[in-house]
Ligand binder design. Sequence first.
Ligand code: SF4
Length: 459
Amino acid sequence: MASKRQIHVGALPIGGGAPVAVQTMTKTETANLTATMEQIRTVADAGADIVRVAVPREQDAEALKSIVAQSPIPVIADIHFNHTLALKAIEAGAHCVRLNPGNIGGPEKVAEVIELAKLRGTPLRVGVNSGSLPKHLRQMEYDNPVEALVTAAIETVELMERLDFTNFKVSMKSTSVPNTIASNRMLASRIPYPLHLGVTEAGTKWSGSLKSAVGLGTLLADGIGDTIRISLSTFHAEEEVKVAWEILKALKLRERGPVLIACPTCGRLQFDMDTVVVEVEQRLEAYEDPVEVSVLGCAVNGIGEARHADFGITGAKDMGMIYSKGEPLKKVPTERLVDELFKEIDRYYAAGRSVQRDEAAAAEARAWLAENEDATAMTPERIAALEAAAAQHDELAGEVLDSMLTPAGAGATTGVGAATGAAEGSDPAVGGANPVVGDGPVVLEEAVSPVAGRRFSRS
Ligand code: SF4
């Protein structure tokens, strides 16, 4: 269940229907202002909405004043154990303070922080971690870790409410993906406050991204979660941001920058698609609009499977085709495919996001497509045609059966043969499978992208 309440971290609305915010955390020594600000600017450029900085020492709390003043995005101070640092972070102007009320020295100290947060209008992120649950929940954690996490979170929420404080979001972290999903589902059904999601200590870029995509993606698809952080074991916090965006984009929750669709390639591939994909991805980085571009490895499937793409390219032999929304625009030699694709994209923007079609070029491309499609491929179009033919066949067969039972049905047999013949006759000629030369500006080595054993070569 989506959160009902909304808070603001700086000017950014969190919860209550606001877009899911992307959060990350700096990996620098916070008091090293130059390094920390450089990383904050990097993550902001990558699309972070909020950044969290660790505040384990006095000098870090001191640095917060400058960080808050210079940061292009709201800053959350991350505090553990020391309520004095929480007070200093609030005084330094942190846009939010993250703390675990269970580990900052007892109820009086929590109350002291809450009083100052109320006075300054500073929201808190209160949370619990599977690794640091209160003592009285240890046995429950052993018996039922999900219930233990949720109980700890609800106890924290009740503590905030007793202190007459509601300007907070809640996080509940576990290293277990199933427990993250189950506990957040349970908590979302019990409290109205915004939820911050993360799989804690998720791992390296590869495994951590996958765990996070599964755990957070499942919850986000249910409408649960108001901010997300992808925890990856890398200094480069911007990688966390990029993964977070890919998850949000995949779920169509938010849009940011182009969307690249690329097929995995298979034995039908007839051109050096690997280099083309790399070059397209690199060149798309210059665009901010959520234009959808597909790069698919064979002509027929390229059209059928990327009908929704704003622009797409596909190839066979020494030629390729550029299309838009499943309709051919033009055919071009493979080595010019990427340049011509970006020319079309730029024309589209120059014309106010309107695809520019040249009917003669489109007709030429259509003819090329018809000559080169693989007659053996079961494309969506071909499957639909076969199903339609089969349906017609069944219908006519039924009429034949009827005709055998009633004299009025005579002559339907001719129709059955005609329908089947039409379906078979609609398959075009098989295209050739000559090797293709791909020599764009991107050069991939054999070890990275082998051509041995595939249908194309680079030489
Ligand atoms: Fe294979 Fe063509 Fe599909 Fe790519 S688009 S995976 S080359 S069938």
